[in-house]
Design a protein around this ligand. Sequence first.
Ligand SMILES: C[S@@+](CC[C@H](N)C(=O)[O-])C[C@H]1O[C@@H](n2cnc3c(N)ncnc32)[C@H](O)[C@@H]1O
Length: 238
Amino acid sequence: MNATKPITMQIEEAIQDIPGWSPIDQLLTLFTLAYSSADLDGDILELGSWCGRSAVALGMAAKLSSKGKVHCVDLFPEKNDWFKNEDGTYSFAVTLDGKTYGAYQNQTVWAEPYLKDIAPMYERYSGTLEAFTLAMQTNSLSDVVFPYRTDLEGFAKNVPNKFALRMAFIDGDHSYDAVAKDIRIVEQFLLPDGWICFDDAFSSYDGVNEAIQKHVIDSGNYKRLQQMTRKCFVAQRR
Ligand SMILES: C[S@@+](CC[C@H](N)C(=O)[O-])C[C@H]1O[C@@H](n2cnc3c(N)ncnc32)[C@H](O)[C@@H]1O
């Protein structure tokens, strides 16, 4: 990485070919918090990585600060895991080691993003994990960014003793129950002064908004709370 070339430009170049939705202002926010929290003795967690756009920004921050790993937890669905619901929206279910994990069952995926962004991705790659792995290799981030094909509960059960987080970015299932549970699990590991960040906050998803309102804003557990971009909300733990 180049210390004098604007980081926005470096992120834009790194993600230009990676399918996904995270816009540059949000990626810059995530990068900045991950980079500036490097004095905390913890790693970075991402729940919901898709093909790796936000993971690249987090990985660049970990690498540039020479501190911490980025753990990326996703069910990494393949094409055949997706199915159409009766109302025309889409969901997926992934079976791993005999256990089936459903996603987007309550807050389903609208037909438009499925047809415009999700289905075409599977014409380029065999699955999201292949796209993610390639994105990390292309950007020389495979030594700091690690994918885990599971849900957050499965990941949390297997972390080492003293596992701690300086930052977590939540961008998985967008139902209230899922986000509330994600917050509970992240809080087991989030250090004082560490950041919890959310995609799709206070934009189009009532479940995400309600979970943040109740379990972050109203909880009293966070000292700084701010909507940073159109859909990225961040909070710093007391
Ligand atoms: C909006 S995408 C993430 C986009 C990504 N952050 C980016 O910047 O491109 C949401 C991701 O959450 C994953 N996901 C949904 N429900 C999940 C769950 N219960 N556990 C783990 N991953 C889940 C999906 O597989 C999908 O890759």
